[in-house]
Design a protein around this ligand. Structure first.
Ligand SMILES: [Zn+2]
Length: 238
């Protein structure tokens, strides 16, 4: 259906990425580009805010959370092959972290074997025109945090990303993405640091939380293509 859809994915494969997974990811891009035009998250966001949805076209923006190494080695090169830009939501403490930290992080996101990108790789994505957004410092569940902890997770992650990349970090996607993981208070504090906030739910509507949150829909590239076709068939509303 005509409209602007934002996909939220994490990786090319839940396991170590094989040639088969690379092909599957490319197939995912082919299915989307057959039905839709892939645009940057910045552009999709602006179009949604401006309510520019009446052109009769299907637009898709692709976002990837958590900053796993394959964002740089697999996903970005294939996006570029199709002349697309992605948005990558990063937890700064995961980048270049110790094995011990990575094991704890992987437990929090329920993954067993994934390594993070290095700072060189994050910088390289940024320099190649992909968007680097914040996903909080340690991938904590923001519903479990008090105000001081929320403040710290948001402020510190933004500060590290901005120092490393020399830019303004205006885009934020909260961890775990459902409404029960994010409160009004969390939104209030987030808005002090970031202009644009994304969920991972309520995808039939463009906005949540009084038009202050833009909704994404989780689709992993290796899921069956009926998911993507179903997702793109939704008539999104304001
Ligand atoms: Zn995440």
């Amino acid at each position: 259906m005509p409209g602007i859809h934002i996909i939220n994915a994490h990786f090319a494969s839940p396991n170590e990425v094989s040639d088969f997974d690379r092909k599957t990811f490319e197939q995912f891009l082919k299915i989307i580009t057959k039905n839709a035009k892939i645009i940057s998250l910045e552009k999709a966001t602006q179009m949604i805010i401006d309510k520019q949805t009446s052109s009769g076209k299907v637009f898709v923006a692709l976002t990837f959370d958590d900053g796993f190494e394959e964002c740089h080695s697999v996903i970005a090169p294939l996006l570029e092959k199709y002349e697309c830009k992605g948005a990558f939501f990063i937890n700064a403490n995961f980048i270049d972290s110790t094995t011990e930290y990575q094991n704890e992080f992987n437990k929090r996101v329920k993954i067993f074997t994934k390594k993070p990108m290095s700072w060189e790789q994050v910088k390289d994505l940024h320099n190649r025109g992909h968007l680097i957004g914040s996903h909080n410092l340690d991938h904590l569940n923001m519903a479990d945090l008090n105000e001081d902890e929320l403040e710290f997770q948001l402020k510190e992650n933004k500060k590290i990303l901005e120092n490393r990349l020399d830019y303004n970090c205006n885009y934020f996607a909260w961890t775990y993405g459902q409404m029960q993981h994010f409160s009004e208070k969390a939104l209030q504090i987030t808005n002090q640091y970031h202009d644009f906030v994304y969920s991972g739910t309520n995808y039939k509507k463009y906005f949540s939380m009084n038009n202050k949150v833009i909704n994404r829909r989780q689709i992993e590239p290796f899921w069956s293509k009926k998911h993507i076709n179903y997702f793109l068939s939704i008539n999104k509303v304001y």
